[in-house]
Design a protein. Structure first.
Length: 278
């Protein structure tokens, strides 16, 4: 079968996967103050992190247009799988769905499956890799669509933030809460609940928070041996390797993949953030 896997730019592909023609990313747009950046292959993470740190304004993201998705569907591949940020975090999913309608109005029906990942970053990549494996097995489109949705619904996403700045700038924390969290070095441990971000725990210091995240993660499933673990980091490769080691101590995984956040996930995770999905 011929196939293409399309993601918005929160599909944090590894450097190797960026060279795989089966994958295509549709970029979101990032804005910090008066500066607008397209989250594409030219995104510079370190420069963007510094831009966020220097700005009093909350960084914002804008989803791709429906037309950009429609254009991506106009390709020779017969089967198209689209993976988007949780609809609770971005309008990307709705744009992809509308893009499908626009395509079908112009060209007629095509095998296009649009999935909200109910996650972001590591979760999007994990789902994309699962779909790729099913495509390589030559399974029918409808069967892949069914299995991908089930896999997505069973997938777990956890993350720990080093900095609360973007939460504060987005109005998620009062100034007093942010002050005490920063002063006491309290790090929140977060999870995804069907695409909605929830706080499940907290710890003093990043090391304890990461350890506790790993505890929560492994305890959330009966067994990990058949699961693929994806770890996405924002400018902290050594921290990602620490999490890899700690997760593998707690449970064996079928495969472990480490990747780096692009623009959208850098906005959400901020400098030093870690996202895991399995």
């Amino acid at each position: 079968m011929t196939y293409k896997i399309i993601g918005d730019s929160c599909l944090d592909l590894t450097e190797k996967l960026k060279k795989d023609s089966h994958f295509q990313m549709i970029p979101l747009t990032l804005q910090v103050g008066q500066t607008t950046i397209v989250d594409d292959e030219n995104f510079n993470q370190k420069e963007f992190i510094q831009l966020m740190k220097n700005s009093p304004d909350c960084p914002k993201t804008a989803c791709p247009s429906p037309e950009s998705f429609k254009d991506a569907y106009t390709c020779p591949e017969e089967n198209i799988f689209v993976i988007c940020l949780s609809e609770h975090l971005s309008g990307s999913y709705n744009s992809a769905v509308l893009g499908k309608s626009l395509y079908e109005e112009e060209h007629g029906k095509k095998n296009i499956c649009v999935l909200s990942s109910h996650s972001a970053s590591a979760g999007e990549l994990n789902l994309a890799l699962y779909i790729r494996d099913l495509c390589e097995q030559g399974l029918p489109f409808a069967e892949i669509e069914k299995r991908a949705a089930a896999y997505r619904d069973d997938m777990k996403t956890y993350f720990v933030l080093e900095s609360l700045d973007n939460l504060r700038k987005n109005g998620r924390l009062s100034g007093l809460q942010a002050f005490f969290a920063t002063t006491l070095n309290i790090k929140p441990i977060m999870a995804g609940d069907r695409g909605v971000i929830v706080k499940i725990d907290q710890a003093r210091g990043i090391s304890k928070a990461l350890q506790r995240m790993c505890d929560h993660a492994v305890q959330s499933v009966a067994d990990t041996k058949d699961r693929v673990l994806v770890i996405a980091h924002c400018n902290c490769p050594s921290r990602a390797m620490l999490v890899k080691d700690e997760m593998e101590k707690r449970g064996g995984f079928k495969e472990v993949i480490v990747t780096e956040t692009a623009g959208v996930a850098t906005v959400y995770a901020n400098d030093g953030g870690i996202v895991i999905a399995f």
